[in-house]
Design a protein around this ligand. Sequence first.
Ligand code: PLP
Length: 486
Amino acid sequence: MTSPPSTDSDLDLPVEEFRALAHEVADWTADYLGGVGSLPVLPSVQPGDIRSTLSSAPPVKGESLTQALKDFQDVIVPGLTHWNHPSFFGYFAMTGSGPGILGEMLAAALNVNAMVWRSSPSGTELEELVADWLRQLIGLPDSFDGVINDTASSSTLHAIAAAREMAYPDLRNEGMFQQTRGRIYASEEAHSSIEKAALTLGFGKSGYQKIQTDEQLSMCVPTLRSVIQEDIISGLKPVAVVATLGTTSTTAIDPVRRVAELAKEFGLWLHVDAAYGGPAAIVPELRELFNGWEAADSIVVNPHKWLFTPVDCSLLYCRRPEVLIRAFSVIPEYLKTPEKEVGRNLMDYGVALGRRFRALKLWFVLRYFGQQGIVDRLRSHVALARELANWVDAAPEWKRVAPAPLSLVAFRFISEKLNDLALDDANHRIMERVNGSGEAFLTHTVVNGRICLRVSIANLKTTKTHVRRTWELLQQAAASEVGLDG
Ligand code: PLP
């Protein structure tokens, strides 16, 4: 890499000192990435431990960064839950991959802020480009326009704001308070970010309606229809429906084609939450799970979940970007630029004015792995999940509680010796025991009212050995619940 000429100033960390520390940090990072698998996934710390070890007051005089880096290694790292650990199976597992980390490092150095095209021409145009690359990879038509947000929660908030803008054209002037009460629909398995968006945007709890799911934990479309019809009769205004492709608990897939037909019939905005599941559309044999999502008005896909990009990075695709702009654009004098008509101003697409250069890391990830590399890696995660699902299915003391169409398996320890409530407690204890081992980390959920455990596989370093070992730990912990551990 060629560097620009030095314009050093002692007011910042001197460049040569920065260089030496950056090499040190790069070495530490490489060692960390190579060795994270040997650390405990979950730290053995109690709330308050970290804070009480560190100085409670800021330094009056500057300190050497060597000391700060030492504290980082001695105090901060031992207090971390290691999301980049190959046996991290909790929540939705993910990977901060090498290419993504390098992109993040450079983005920090550049420190550009892509508010308007002029404030970061490359930041703006690279974001347009990578959003379009990902759109092509996941097979969406080019009528979808993408912008990058921090999280799916923000992307969904923006999507529902656009839906609200469509439903109440005089909202910008009149505000929300005098409007007919609106309703947002999503399945009872939908992520809490949908409800949060409904609350934030003034629909209130009563404006958010959860729709019952079927035995596959997918949204019941006939129920959705009857709820919408009843709402219309009651004088409420159906505004938007959210279909999830890959729910948080079990990766259930809502019947998006049928939901889209209903949305069209009743004139609702359709938002698709594919925050976790979306990247699976890159894999040819999984694409059919997404059939119909092209009819959505907006879709969220998070590269920071299952596409190897460090947190944070969430793509919001919208077929009506002009509605997003209508909902959000407010241009003060100091942000007026001559390029307004020709260059995109990313500040117009959401709440945030300032925006990090998130496109850089995603660009590195897509370039390094390429379509085939991504397909191979996602396929291997799905294969590992299927293998685990088979082990669970073959074990009499365990019951799978949901289909596993992607890379997550949800299951429950069962035993005739214990009633449902006692089994809930047992499942919690099993999870705590596995997590307490430091060898693996998983989280729980509730399916059909009962506590279940989830294993989410999405880390690039995860191999069959890690999944097999976790399964052994689960079985050992379960054996101790029924007194079979000798
Ligand atoms: N949607 C789904 C299906 C999720 O599982 C999650 C988080 O796990 C979210 C949305 C929210 O994601 P974020 O943390 O990016 O806001």
